[in-house]
Design a protein around this ligand. Sequence first.
Ligand code: PEP
Ligand code: MG
Length: 599
Amino acid sequence: MTEQQSQKTEHIFRGVQVSPGIARGVIYLYGPQEEPAEKTVVAAEDVPKEFTRFEQALIKTRQQLTEIPTHFGKELGSESASIFDAHLLVLDDPMLTEQVFRRLEAEKINVEWILQEVADLYFQVLSKVEDSYLRERAADVRDVARRIMRNLRGEHREDLQHLPGPRIVVAQDLSPSDTALMDRTKVLGFATDAGSRTSHTAIIARSQGVPAVVAMHDVSQQVATGDEALLDGYSGLLIINPTQSTLYEYGQIEIRHHTVEERLALLREKPAQTRDGRRIELAANIEFPDEAASARDHGAEGIGLYRTEFLFLNRRDLPGEDEQFAAYQNVAKVMSPHPVIIRTIDIGGDKLFSPGHGQAERNPFLGWRGVRFSLDRPDVFKLQIRAALRAGAEGNIKLMYPMISCLSELERAAALLNECKDELRREGRAFNDKMEVGAMVEVPSAALVAEQLAGHVNFFSIGTNDLIQYTLAVDRVNERVAHLYAPTFPAVLRLIKMVVDAARAHKIWVGVCGEMAGDPLLVPLLLGLGADELSMSAVSLPLVKFVVRAMNLSDAQALADRALRSQSPGEVQGWLEDYVRSIAPEVVELVKPKQSATP
Ligand code: PEP
Ligand code: MG
C-alpha cells in the first residue's frame, strides 16, 4: 500500500453474504443505465464539430464491436458472438446514422439528444411490428445507440466480459445474464446494492466460487472505480481503503478458513452418513457444463440440478439439439458413474432471453416460465428432450421438469417425451428408453397434490427457493422483503413434509435442490423431514457433509416434528443453531457472520 493510500480513511459497508471467500483488489464500478441526454441548441458554426464527434463515436463503436467478439467467442463459444454481428449490421445500416446527420444539419441540436430521439423512434416502431425478426432488431438498435452514446460521452464503461484487469465489481444490480457473461478469470468478487441469497446472480457466484455480497443499499453510489477494497464474502462486508491492521486481520481469517477447508477435504471420499447409519446422497447444482469438474472435486455424488437455461441466455439463436447433446454428454462423462439431472429450461422469472425474445412481463415470476414456456413451445422443448435422451444412451442422465403445478402439465410433458422417443426410434438413433423422469416441486399447488403427481414420476426434487417465494408471497430477489423470506417458516415445512409423505407412499425418492440444501444449519431439518438427497453449490458440499456425519437422524426427526408444530420461523432457526452447535460447534462459528466489524 502506498503512503497516500494509507492516509485514506477506511470505510466498511455491510450487506448480506451470499458467496464465501475474501477478495482483495481494486473496485470496478459497473454503471447503472445511462442518464437521458439533455437538449441544447448548437450554434451554426459548431454543427461541423457535432458531425465530427458523431463520426468519431461511430468509428470507436465499430472498433469495439469487432474486438469484443474475438474475446467473447473464446470464452463462451462463438455462437454468443452473433449478438455483436447483429450490432454491426445495425451500425452499417444507414437508416440510423443518416437520420442523425440529417437532423443535426436541420435542427442544430446537440448530437446526443438527436441520437436519442432517432434511436427511440426506431425502437418504438420496430418493437411493434408483427415480424419477430424485425422485432428482435429493435433491441439491437437500442443497444447500438447506447454504445454510440457512451462513446460520444467519453464513458469508459467496459462490459463485464471485457474487464481491464482483475477487479472487485460493484454494481447497483447484476442480472443472471450479466453474471453469466462476466470474465471469470478477472472478477475477484462482487458487491451489489440489490439482490438476495436465492437470486440466480448469488447462486452463480457460489457455484463459481466468487466471493459476493448483496443488499448493500447504495454502496454503488459510495465507491468509485479504482478504490482499493477488501470484500468479505463470509461476513458480508465491503471494506474500502482497508488499513494495515484490517489486512492483517483478514490474512489470519484466511489462514483459519484454509485450515478448515483442508480438514473438510479429508472427508471427500467418506460417505455422507449420519452417526446412526442413515446414508444421504449429496449432489451439486451447476449452471454451466464446466462446473461439473469442481462438483466432482468437492465430492458430489451426482448433479442434482443442472440449470440448462444458461445455455440459452446471452444469445440470439437457440442452442440446437447437437449442441445440447454435447453439453449434456460432457457433464455426464465428468460425473460418471454418478447421475446428472438435466432440468429442462426454466427461462423466465429473473432469467430472460436476450432482449427482443419475448415481451416484458409485469410479474415474471408468476408468468411464462419453466414448464409453461416449454409446453407452449414444443419445438424448443422437444429438442431438449431429444438431446437428453440421446446423451442418456451412454451417460447416467435423468430429466426433470421445473415449475410443475398440476398433473396435466406432467401428462403433457410425458406425451412429448414419448413423441421424442418414437422419433428417435424411427431415426434409428441410440437413446435411453428407460430414462428416469422427475418433477421439481416448487409451486405450492404441486406440493398440495404431490400425492397425485408421485405416481407419474421416478423422483421429486423440492425447489425451496421458489417454494418459499410462492408460499410466503415474498419475491426471492427483492431485498426490501428479504427479511420475510424465511426457510424455516412452518407453512413451508408442512409443504415439504407433504411432498416427502407422498414420495414415501409411492416408493420414490425425494431430494431438495433449493439453497436450503446447502445451508449447514438447515440440513438436520431437511433430513429430519425425510429428504433422501440434497443438491447444492459445490462449495457448500464439504461443510454439509461434515454436519451429516456429525448428526443423528433420530435427533433430526424429533427436531423436525417440533418444527412442524412451531408457530415461529425464528424459534425453529434457534433450535437448529443450538443443535448444530451441540454436534459441530465449529460449523456455527464458520457460517455465522462476524458481528464485531459493524461500520
Ligand atoms: C428452486 O426454485 O429452489 C430451484 C432450485 O430452482 P431455481 O433456483 O433455478 O429457480
Ligand atoms: Mg425454481
